[in-house]
Design a protein around this ligand. Sequence first.
Ligand code: ADP
Length: 407
Amino acid sequence: MNVLVLNAGSSSLKYQLINVETHEVLAKGICERVGSAEAFHKHGIDENEVVIDTPMPDHNAAMALVLEALTSGPTKAIDSLDDIDAVGHRVVQGGKYFDRSVLIDDDVVAKIDELAELAPLHNKAALMGIEACREQMPGKPMVAVFDTSFFQTIPPKAYMYPLPYELYEKHAIRKYGAHGTSHRYIAERAAAFMDEPLEDLKLITCHLGNGCSISAIDHGVAVDTSMGLTPLDGLMMGTRCGAIDPAIVPFIMEKENLTAAEVNDLMNKKSGLLGISGISNDLRSVRQASEEGDERAQLAYDMYSNSAKKYIGQYIAVMGGVDAIVLTAGVGENCDKMRRMIFAGLQPLGIKIDLEKNRAGLRGEREISTDDSEVRIVIIPTDEEYMIARDTYQLVKEGTLEITELV
Ligand code: ADP
């Protein structure tokens, strides 16, 4: 079964066409700067990638380009749209309504729209993607896969904020989490890699990329996660500050004469690694500068690793122990120095990183803890697109999400 996986952002449309049975990516690409004069379409895998500057006034136009690229010309991957069996849409906010992926119908669309209040840019973008598919592939089965649904098992003591209760009742202010598809995937894969049932394991999963989040997964069930009402909470990230003293917000609004929107922008786009180092949100550049003696780059590095270390400690306490810590995404998969710093000093907790295995520069699923470490440290490259394709396959073909075997 071929599933077209779509990830629509406010000005982008990312896609992959995946054969779920073989786990083969048949085509992938991205339309960027949709709606602007600089719009372009990148299509292809690795060396076969082509970049086409082309007008795309909106997501519907971008969708038309994607479907044309998939079915014709040098980028052709399938004969016709009939070779797309179903479409899986990434949706950021599923709120309280969705604790799992669902087949899309009018009611689901209405709820995604209603939830746009909690994630205005993202949910509206997903709706544009859904509408474009409905228009250009009428009747094609579609599934919505939510970033938040995996975290609907988190208990109230962890998802509530200690604010007046009426704010929760009036505005649904609570922790929802994000990156759930990635955490779900790496937890399942880590259990398979360790050859143990997920239901027997206490896992801490760390998605460390440009966006960062850490989750506690107790016997297969998410019990806490670092992102909150929005993806701004929790860890220090590439450009986001993560958790800070909330009183800083009104303080800088007053001192710097900023509006709520401006301070939100500052915390989301100008903070984190970028804000502290003043160099970049890209850890590779920060690493290089720190190795050349830049003190602020070193500080950014130290703060990032300390932030991750503290969440790991919290979640060991929350679960009363941990069997394995799982790492993924750009930093988690590739940066040996950051991994070394995160796990430094955790031997008293039974966590021992093997410095040679950590440095080995390998790719793919692997273990970097010592043989005598009580807690295993495992790296699992994430694959959110495959997870979306698999949920879509299961709901469309099997009518249930209960078959959890990963290809
Ligand atoms: P996103 O959250 O945007 O999907 P990614 O998972 O692609 O992010 O991660 C991007 C981050 O990973 C960047 O900060 C980048 O510098 C970092 N990264 C990627 N490769 C390496 C590497 N070899 N060493 C250090 N950092 C790396």
